[in-house]
Design a protein around this ligand. Structure first.
Ligand code: FBP
Length: 339
């Protein structure tokens, strides 16, 4: 009989043993995250059959039109995580303020910040979507306020995402490398399939929404023009472009085969008084920790993302992350542009 393989639970416990850390509560917490992801994976896979496609007819705190699945995903996660007894509070892309754990449930020592369903524009077209999560510690026993979530990315104890695509995959780090698990629906388990994910330093593939090219600032304009100049240009090699329309889809590809992902500051965002498009606490920080743990870099162009001190729950930042050689080049172009 064929072996099942290493389950998520076994992996977390074995990692704890290797790090001489007792992992009881943590394992239970990640199991609750995995259960919520399994439920979402099922709903996303059923799509119209479960009546979950389409617009919800209301906006979230970001002023974005919510999809039915944005709201359902938020509810599925809140329902699964609030009763764990391991969390002190939850912050979500779909909720203005943090969600306090109701008194009927015990409070724990961890804080969860998450994007229930990343890649909303892909939902109705069966494109790649995902849930992104970031876990930090809440050291004191009092009920947290929004400000307790405002921790630098370096304080994350765990970060990950679940990709809902041809396969559902949970990819996470607890600060000791990055591992990927594929959902085996026949047994309802996430099985270790990508034990030690590493991002190659060098790549010839970039990801950016090229329809905003007219708004790009000097560093990105120079970088993309040089890539597109190919072998005749200063990079003396051809580059490829990919854009999944979901950060989870693009970052997963980069973790699998390298690349650089850019959602930079541009003239349009500046004119709108925005600090970027993507959110720091539950998009840039968790993805930044995964990329760094896999040997890549995560930057805004002017600072390391994980060192940013957040000032609000839904703060936005410019994002440049992936293969180290390309991120270092973009940092240099930012320095030269501001010199
Ligand atoms: P949400 O879907 O969670 O709001 O995330 C934002 C996002 O969809 C990212 O996943 C993706 O990288 C980006 O926006 C796509 O932006 P655009 O539509 O401008 O290409």
């Amino acid at each position: 009989m064929s072996e099942l393989g290493t389950t998520l639970t076994q992996y977390i416990i074995e990692q704890g043993r290797a790090q001489n850390e007792s992992r009881g509560a943590f394992t239970a917490l990640l199991n609750d995250v995995a259960t919520a992801c399994k439920r979402l994976s099922n709903l996303v896979r059923l799509g119209e059959l479960a009546g979950v496609l389409g617009a919800a007819g209301q906006e979230n705190v970001q002023g974005e039109d919510q999809k039915k699945l944005d709201i359902i995903a938020n509810e599925v996660f809140i329902d699964a995580m609030q009763r764990s007894g391991l969390l002190a509070g939850i912050a979500s892309e779909e909720m203005d303020e943090h969600y306090p754990i109701p008194n009927r449930f015990p409070r724990g020592d961890y804080l969860l910040a998450f994007d229930p369903l990343d890649g909303s524009s892909n939902i109705d077209v069966n494109g790649a979507t995902g849930t992104i999560f970031s876990i930090t510690r809440h050291v004191d026993s009092s009920a947290p306020g929004d400000s307790d979530f405002l921790k630098a990315g370096t304080e994350q104890v765990c970060a990950g995402y679940c990709l809902y695509s041809s396969a559902s995959m949970l990819v996470l780090t607890t600060g000791h490398g990055v591992a990927g698990f594929t959902l085996d629906n026949s047994v309802g388990e996430f099985i270790l399939t990508h034990p030690d994910i590493n991002v190659p330093r060098e790549t010839s593939e970039y990801a950016i929404n090229a329809s905003y090219a007219r708004h790009w600032l000097a560093p990105e304009k120079r970088y993309i023009e040089e890539c597109n100049a190919g072998t005749e240009g200063p990079r003396e090699r051809n580059f490829n472009m990919r854009w999944a329309g979901s950060m989870v889809g693009d970052i997963h590809r980069i973790l699998c085969r390298g690349g650089v992902f850019l959602y930079p500051m541009d003239a349009k965002l500046q004119a709108a008084g925005k600090q970027g498009k993507l959110r720091l606490l539950y998009e840039a920080n968790p993805m930044g920790m995964l990329i760094e743990q896999a040997g890549g870099l995560a930057h805004t162009g002017t600072e390391r993302i994980l060192e940013i001190q957040p000032d609000s729950l839904h703060q936005r930042v410019p994002v440049i992350m992936g293969s180290a050689d390309e991120v270092e080049r973009l940092i240099r172009y930012h320095e030269e542009a501001s010199a």
